[in-house]
Design a protein around this ligand. Structure first.
Ligand code: ADP
Ligand code: 5GP
Length: 208
């Protein structure tokens, strides 16, 4: 059975723990490649250009759009964010699962272009816990925190577009659930048409 790379979209409200989950998942399992997005927002303390994001100017971002260098992009709380095309296409072609940690508008663009993409939405255990985590991270001003909580309200309307929801309660079990969902997706009949056809062809030998 030939294992094909799956494009996995992970979304969730700001502060729910997407980055934390992705770091844990990719350091525990090497079957995943995490796409590094381009953004016009400033780096947070500790973030490195090329690791968390490619930090670019507005002009550079607009050039990427014009060159068709992004497979999707969106505006989020005063900034642009987008997924570079080359990395995703190279990894998928080599059979590696690519994870895009992106917001709702981008997720919908991916769903439109990649029919077999898997969309996963990370939920907080409660809205209070979400606010606590967002504030606890201590990386945004009060004004940006408010804007991000407003955006969470807007994004909550789109959750039904996703294939799965996972609650980020206990980090380790959340990571295991995400890994389990992705592995199950690899076994879906409609992702294994080639293998089904091969076995069908082999069975024909018994008919003669
Ligand atoms: P996001 O990438 O979704 O914006 P982060 O990964 O930056 O969120 O996490 C936001 C904050 O919540 C961080 O301070 C992180 O340490 C904390 N956090 C993440 N997952 C959990 C969890 N399962 N339980 C408690 N705190 C968590
Ligand atoms: P943050 O500023 O907290 O790193 O990210 C803000 C939001 O932008 C998050 O919801 C994150 O998932 C989303 N995001 C990050 N990269 C991309 C991207 O390449 N495309 C889109 N559409 N959203 C992204």
């Amino acid at each position: 059975m030939n294992r094909k790379g799956i494009i996995i979209v992970v979304s969730g409200f700001s502060g729910v723990g997407k980055g934390t989950i992705m770091r844990a998942l990719t350091s525990k399992y090497d079957q995943y490649a995490l796409s590094v997005s381009a953004t016009t927002r400033d780096p947070r303390p500790g973030e490195e250009n090329g690791r968390e994001y490619f930090f670019v100017s507005n002009e550079e971002f607009e050039k990427l759009i014009a060159e068709n260098g992004l497979i999707e992009y969106a505006g989020y709380v005063d900034h642009y964010y987008g997924t570079p095309r080359k990395f995703v296409e190279n990894k998928l072609n080599s059979g590696i699962d690519v994870i895009l940690e992106i917001e709702l508008q981008g997720a919908l663009q991916i769903k439109e272009q990649y029919k077999d993409a898997m969309l996963l939405f990370v939920m907080p255990p409660s809205a209070d816990e979400l606010e606590k985590r967002l504030r606890g991270r201590g990386t945004e001003t009060e004004e940006v925190i408010r804007k991000r909580l407003l955006r969470a309200n807007e994004e909550s309307v789109g959750i039904e577009n996703y294939d799965y929801i996972v609650v980020n309660d206990d980090l380790d079990s959340c990571v295991e659930r995400v890994h389990g969902i992705i592995n199950a997706a690899h076994m879906a009949a409609n992702r294994n048409q080639e293998f089904i056809d091969t076995i069908r062809q082999e069975l024909k030998e018994f008919l003669v």
